[in-house]
Design a protein around this ligand. Structure first.
Ligand code: NAD
Ligand code: UDP
Ligand code: UDP
Length: 323
């Protein structure tokens, strides 16, 4: 790569599911990547294959503490993302979102870096309009079990826009909808990983509630393409921009598709619906289409196949390790 085009890019949460795919993509484009992680939910296995590159650097650090490095761009992804993980230590979750955003914005301000925030569809809460466009302000319970994540992410967005208004910073805010793919955590309790692991083990598939609630699932490669396009877009495009796949499925439909693709004998069982579980979620991606020329290209079945392959290999390895 032309040296002048090589950027020094910091990815916080780089050893996690999305972060590891992003680091991989940025390295493939010839950039110099610093992957920062405290390994709360991320693992070294996710980025072990990148360590041999001289342009990849791994840093153990917690974003709630200040960080002094010199970089051109920052992707701020550090934050536990699944309900099980973010509710494990809710105060730390809020600190990670809020103090993490302040530190990364302070860093970006000092070194004049462009900074990207991995926000979430959870800022819409349990939405009462459908699908959700970016101008919808959301319907969030401020004191419920999901609030540490939802309100932490909302406050992070506030900080990004205040730093822009106060300091003229170059910011990019993506609101990410449910994403799946290889390197999801097998025990994170998210629906795609749960159903696939249960199906591969021929254990009952746990449908919470009636299973008529909907989600829209985006394959990881599509999402990372959206990240790159947003980061590279003109400075006046700050977001928030919804990134997700508008294809909407009920949890029953998801379970049936996974059963078919795995050839599993698992039965469906119903369990209690968690508190504040959103009933419907589907992104309106009109803004991403118009401003980034972006839309997902991978259909649910096509993305589930490599994801199932990943979990199958992971389960085989852990079985072999126990023998
Ligand atoms: P993940 O849990 O796999 O990755 C998060 C990473 O952040 C992990 O590697 C974890 O160890 C690290 N981390 C957590 N707290 C940290 C801290 N204080 N300091 C440094 N590192 C820390 O989750 P993911 O799915 O890859 O999510 C990445 C980002 O995208 C998160 O900010 C999440 O909120 C956002 N997001 C993800 C989804 C999705 O469907 N995967 C949807 C919406 C938003
Ligand atoms: N910060 C950091 N790295 C830097 C610059 C700042 O981690 O290179 C942190 C620092 O801890 C600070 C926060 O970012 O508290 C916010 O910085 P800012 O300059 O906006 O505010 P201030 O330093 O006045 O608190
Ligand atoms: N869900 C389910 N069974 C599971 C795990 C989750 O039916 O084993 C449901 C959950 O209640 C929610 C949907 O699947 O309605 C998506 O859950 P997930 O935790 O993946 O994402 P989020 O609720 O954060 O969108």
């Amino acid at each position: 790569m032309n040296y002048a085009l090589r950027k020094r890019i910091l990815v916080t949460g780089g050893a996690g599911f999305l972060g590891s795919h992003l680091c991989e993509r940025l390295l493939a484009e010839g950039h110099d990547v610093i992957c920062l992680d405290n390994f709360f939910t991320g693992t070294k296995d996710n980025i072990a294959h990148l360590l041999e590159s001289p342009y990849f650097e791994l840093m153990r650090h917690d974003v709630t503490f200040p960080l002094y490095v010199e970089v051109d761009e920052i992707y701020n992804l550090a934050c536990p993302a699944s309900p099980i993980h973010y509710q494990f230590d809710p105060v730390q979750t809020t600190k990670t979102s809020v103090h993490g955003a302040i530190n990364m914005l302070g860093l970006a301000k000092r070194v004049k870096a462009k900074i990207f925030q991995a926000s979430t569809s959870e800022v819409y809460g349990d939405p009462n309009i459908h699908p959700q466009p970016e101008h919808y302000w959301g319907h969030v319970n401020p004191i419920g079990p999901r609030s540490c994540y939802d309100e932490g992410k909302r406050c992070a967005e506030t900080l990004f826009f205040d730093y822009r208004r106060q300091h003229g910073m170059r910011i990019k805010v993506a609101r990410i909808f449910n994403t799946y793919g290889p390197r999801m955590h097998p025990n994170d309790g998210r629906v795609v990983s749960n159903f696939i692991v249960q199906a591969l083990r021929n254990e009952p598939i746990t449908i919470y509630g009636e299973g008529t609630q909907t989600r829209s699932f985006c394959y990881v490669d599509d999402l990372i393409e959206g990240f790159i396009r947003l980061m590279d877009s003109p400075d006046d495009l700050t977001g928030p921009v919804n990134l997700g796949n508008p294809g909407e499925f009920t949890m029953i439909e998801l379970a049936e598709t996974i059963l078919e693709l795995t050839g599993s004998r698992s039965a469906l069982v119903h369990e209690a619906l968690p508190q504040d579980d959103p009933k419907q979620r589907q992104p309106d991606i009109g803004l991403a289409r118009a401003s980034l020329g972006w839309e997902p290209t991978v259909a649910l079945r096509d993305g589930l196949t490599p994801t199932i392959g990943y979990f199958d290999a992971l389960l085989r390895r852990s079985r072999d390790a126990r023998i």
